[in-house]
Design a protein around this ligand. Structure first.
Ligand code: GCU
Length: 602
């Protein structure tokens, strides 16, 4: 067994290096740095057979599209970015051209940018996310590759960027694969492309690459954290200030540029009702970096979730990163975030489950400003290839990139490692290691996963998943009244749980076509969906230890698994709001229940 583990660890090492080839450690807090956005119209070439990467014997060619050459007689060049069409970046390609709606494969993107190097400065190229895998080239030279469709990555280009015009070429491939994360089977649209912003970041030669500043776990009177410098003067003095708290601390990092600290303080605690954020300034090493940080504690006690030591009921809703009001596409940026989160607030939510993958950074930041707690999840979804070390390395990498990016967002209260994964020994090993890694990276938040329920005896429902013992919550999906019986079944089942951890039901609900009305017994009518919601709420009210829920789902979303003509038409219709913003009757059932709960927990 030990030999097996050592072999697995060795393979893991190789796998991780493959994943992170050329990638520079993630630079955080992009919004507040000296940046140049590279967003806009990029030329693109559809390349189904990856002719731009392989020769006719399927060997990588040195004369690929990444050279960004011109067809000038007598040279034979069979591509030309300048005369090819354009796609807007950031945005998925599926929603930008009818012929791309179902496209899954390789697309090459090319943009050009001018740069004037400044002596003593460093330059980095940052991608908010690319779905699903990408290889990045600057002026014909490969910078590296990234795998994983929902987390940021960056490269240092200080020594490669030219004084003047530069050619940036990105090969993107969103083909689904059995050994990917997620695998080749998932209930959402496989939006491909450069779906989040592309940014140049200029820094001093030594700069503040990353930091962590939150309340010490379980201690509302102490702020703790660390700062990580990067550059040739790693022990440059850094000052961390929180002016409104009249706190300032000087740090001298170690030879690796790392310094940790604690500050005694009594900040006003962040709550959904009063989402207080403090301006925090980190200065030194030739730069000043600002952030807005909230402080709160989150823990469990028996079946209660305690926010700042007080029991809270997480009045939530699940949300896909689906663009509102645009007939699908990836949501991105502040406006989409404000629309989606505004609907959640209107429903009476204080919590959102951002399914099934890390959403764009603006979604988390807007939720923090609006007073919404967040369940953040990586796409370890359904039937992952559990015994493949490359897959574990990929899942771990996405977990680490997600936590690195968002660890200073106090409204994230739960890191989730999986959704509806089938119980087996290899799966348990895989997920246990993700839970352990999560706690290593951040012990200040709860760890969850969306497990599945089972009917152990007729009418008795429970969650018997061995993963549960490693989680802080008893979190699971159930569809009584939709997939499992009809709404009346809700009134004749009872739930038994193996532990007294807080119960968070992370999915339930049913579908309806907005505007389709009829008897409440007629599936797909708003009345049927309303009855599913009413019956489930009656059932949830009977569950002892229920501490929160995130019904499935805020808004209808595109999925290739939902073809029912005239009703689904390629959309999953479980939204309580349609994709064009029409609220269904179920929305108001939730709004009414959450109003009651808000009063109850005042
Ligand atoms: C599952 C799954 C969701 C899916 C939903 C549904 O629970 O987690 O991703 O969309 O059920 O069937 O609508």
């Amino acid at each position: 067994m030990k030999k097996m583990k050592l072999l697995l660890l060795a393979l893991l090492g190789t796998a991780t290096s493959l994943l992170a080839e050329g990638i520079y450690p993630q630079i955080t807090n992009i919004d507040n740095r000296r940046t140049t956005p590279l967003n806009g119209n990029w030329h693109y070439i559809i390349d189904q057979l990856e002719t731009g990467y392989y020769d006719y014997r399927r060997k990588p060619t040195e004369f690929g599209f990444f050279l960004d050459e011109k067809q000038e007689n007598p040279k034979l060049i069979e591509y030309n970015f300048d005369t090819s069409p354009t796609l807007y970046v950031p945005r998925d390609w599926n929603s930008q051209a009818p012929e791309l709606l179902y496209y899954e494969g390789c697309i090459w993107y090319r943009t050009k940018f001018d740069h004037k190097p400044t002596s003593g400065k460093r330059l980095f190229l940052h991608f908010g996310a690319i779905n699903y895998q990408s290889i990045v080239y600057l002026n014909g030279k490969k910078l590296g590759q990234h795998i994983g469709g929902y987390t940021p990555f960056n490269f240092e280009i200080t020594s490669l960027v030219k004084d003047g015009e530069n050619s940036l070429v990105v090969m993107v491939d969103n083909k689904r694969q059995k050994e990917a994360v997620p695998t080749d089977n998932f209930d959402w649209w496989n939006y491909g492309g450069i779906t989040r912003p592309v940014t140049l970041i200029e820094t001093p030669s030594t700069f503040i690459r990353d930091y962590f500043i939150q309340l010490t776990k379980g201690n509302a009177g102490e702020i703790s954290g660390w700062v990580q410098l990067d550059g040739d003067k790693p022990q440059s003095e850094i000052t961390v200030e929180i002016p409104e708290l009249k706190k300032s601390i000087k740090l001298t990092p170690d030879s690796k540029g790392y310094a940790k600290f604690t500050i005694k303080a009594k900040p006003q605690l962040w709550t959904p009702e009063n989402p207080k954020l403090y301006k925090v300034t980190l200065s030194g090493a030739g730069e000043t970096l600002n952030d807005e940080i909230g402080f709160r504690t989150i823990e469990t006690s028996g079946s209660k979730i305690l926010l700042n030591g007080k029991p809270v009921f997480c009045r939530g809703i699940s949300i896909h990163e689906e663009a509102p009001l645009r007939k699908g596409g990836r949501a991105y940026g502040k406006d989409d975030a404000r629309t989606l989160l505004g609907w959640a607030k209107e429903m009476g939510c204080n919590f959102v489950r951002l399914a099934h993958y890390p959403h764009n950074e603006q979604m988390i930041k807007e939720a923090e400003r609006m007073g919404l707690m967040v369940w953040s999840e990586i796409p370890v979804y359904w039937t992952i290839d559990w015994t493949n070390p490359d897959v574990l390395a990929n899942a771990k990498n996405q977990l680490e990139e997600n936590i690195t990016r968002d660890k200073n967002r106090c409204n994230i209260i739960i890191w989730s490692v999986a959704n509806e994964t089938p119980v087996s020994a290899p799966r348990l090993e895989f997920l246990k290691s993700l839970v352990e890694r999560t706690r290593q990276l951040d012990n200040t938040r709860l760890v969850g996963a969306a497990m599945e329920k089972e009917e152990i005896r007729p009418g008795i429902l429970t969650v018997h998943d061995p993963l549960g013992q490693y989680l802080d919550l008893l979190s699971f999906n159930q569809y009584v009244g939709w997939y499992d019986g009809l709404p009346e079944k809700c009134d004749r089942v009872n739930w038994e749980f193996p532990s007294d951890k807080p119960v968070v039901i992370t999915e339930w609900g049913g579908g309806a076509l907005a505007g389709m009305h009829g008897d409440k017994s007629e599936r797909w009518t708003e009345e049927f969906q309303e009855e599913v919601y009413k019956a489930n709420i009656r059932m949830l009210k009977r569950i002892k230890g229920l501490a929160g829920t995130t019904p499935w789902i805020l808004m209808d979303f595109r999925s290739p698994k939902r073809p029912l003509t005239g009703i689904q038409d390629g959309f999953n219709r479980k939204g309580v709001i349609s994709d064009y913003g029409q609220k269904k009757k179920a929305f108001y059932i939730m709004q009414e229940w959450y109003k009651e709960l808000e009063e109850e927990y005042k």
